[in-house]
Design a protein around this ligand. Structure first.
Ligand SMILES: CC(C)(COP(=O)(O)OP(=O)(O)OC[C@H]1O[C@@H](n2cnc3c(N)ncnc32)[C@H](O)[C@@H]1OP(=O)(O)O)[C@@H](O)C(=O)NCCC(=O)NCCS
Length: 160
């Protein structure tokens, strides 16, 4: 029998950008929406690598901008799978800026995104299992499971 599971390392995605003038506002820092779009693309590639098919963004939470990103900065995004549920999965994305002279990196933003795996019929379908190999993998998955409960409770409360 073949093992359909994949480890978090199988779908890690890195994306590098430069903050060009069209991505900056009047005071020379990057538009938050541009960074959000880069996060969504990077995390979507992780989800799609894990599932081997298209996944759509269901929700984004815990997005925090921690340090300004300025025009001309080199920005590195890195995303990885935290957990799979039924038809959905949690992907985390970290955004850093890099001083290319020294290699020093500063954390500027991070976010947690939920993607839903979409089948050929356009409906949600089961996500392949995530193989948890390290203590960090298991911790990430346990924390993601707690967040899922809170996330779905918030969604339910909004509807009420
Ligand atoms: C996300 C979407 C596929 C969910 O479809 P749905 O018909 O509500 O399907 P379900 O209720 O069966 O939920 C499917 C999965 O999504 C999860 N989900 C739905 N809404 C969610 C939310 N707001 N946050 C986190 N997970 C959510 C469910 O928990 C379920 O996951 P599970 O199987 O792991 O438990 C649907 O709402 C959709 O297509 N939204 C638009 C997505 C999109 O276009 N994104 C791009 C940005 S425009």
């Amino acid at each position: 029998m073949t093992d359909a599971s994949r480890s978090p390392r199988d779908s890690i995605t890195e994306k590098t950008e430069i903050v060009l003038p069209q991505y900056a506002n009047a005071i020379g820092t990057a538009f938050g929406g541009t960074i959000m779009s880069w996060i969504d693309v990077c995390a979507a590639v992780t989800a799609q690598r894990h599932c081997g098919r298209v996944a759509v963004t269901a929700s984004v939470d815990a997005l925090e901008f921690r340090a300004p990103i300025r025009q001309g900065d080199v920005v590195i995004l890195r995303s990885w799978m935290n957990a799979v549920f039924g038809t959905s999965m949690e992907v985390e994305c970290l955004v850093e800026k890099e001083d290319t002279a020294t290699g020093e990196r500063v954390r500027c933003a991070d976010a947690l995104l939920t993607f839903v795996n979409i089948g050929d019929d356009g409906r949600p379908c089961a996500v392949p299992p995530l193989r948890l190999e390290t203590e960090e993998d298991r911790q990430n998955a346990a924390e993601a499971m707690e967040r899922r409960e809170q996330r779905l409770a918030r969604k339910k409360a909004k509807r009420a």
